[in-house]
Design a binder for this molecule. Sequence first.
Ligand code: CP
Length: 347
Amino acid sequence: MRIFQHVQDLGDLRVALAEAQEVKRDRYQWQHLGKNKTALLIFFNNSLRTRLSTQKAAMNLGMNVIVLDVNQGAWKLETERGVIMDGDKSEHLLEAIPVMASYCDLIGVRSFARFESRKDDYEEKILRQFIEYSGRPVFFMESATVHPLQAFADLITIAENRPTPNPSREGGERGEGLLKVVMTWAPHPKALPQAVPNSFAEWMVAAAEQSLPLGGAEGGLDFVITHPEGYELDPQFVKGARVEYDQMKAFEGADFVYAKNWSCPGVTRPEDYGKVLHDYHSMMDWCVSKRQMAVTNDAAFLHCLPVRRNMIVTDDVIESPRSLVIPEAANREISAQVVLKRMLESL
Ligand code: CP
């Protein structure tokens, strides 16, 4: 594997999920793969989980790890070509990338959406330069549009916690034993990127297409997205997945609820890209609480973290026994290890 950006980079998800369980059984069995190899993790933005879990995964594989916070101690980087560099940026990305690549074997990059240009963000202008100029395998640690390490960990968590198939649960609104996964928009005071919901949708659609054995007797997956009008995600990720604007209706019979805020993706109105469309005070009904969870099929609650309590989800829901946010975060180490292992195997 030379690039990890999209779900298809991982191939057959059954194989990937089996590999994740193999990693869990003994995460130190591939230390020979990473001997004398170095992973460079580059952060243009803050991180807790991605930084620690990816570093741990690399160490599990016997690798050396270098972590660079670009905005803390490195020269300020210019990313635009053709600019007269007479401002505060001392170094250009076009020199910095090959220099950084010369010190490592694999590169992970976190670079969020900048919301200056939808085109630049959705073309992954920063990450594309790392792919083009580093000559190294590159894995996305949350980019402008995707967060595949998170989505893979989410899928592992769903597979591990799916309800045990039970013929008496079939039928009715659950759709003959299908596993119902609902991704819901929730309010937030700031404009957040679409990377997490884009990837979660992409991975859930792929799981459904590949008929992963996640549900009951029929084995399939019913994926529903719910959000206020105007927050429609880019079709390249949702690929026709069902959208239900009535949040309570979407939650009916859900087995998993995945909450996340995102700003306007600008699909229908490009001029609204990256905007918060409503004052969050008027959207607090969308905060996931016992009210919505009561109509689910005793759903498990997921969120990528960090989460703003009582904006995205109430204290009682995130603290309930059905909240999986901690095992979900722990699975970030596993998803990262599968990806790094595959990259090492292809060096
Ligand atoms: N979920 C996630 O990526 O967390 P961090 O932003 O802390 O890395």
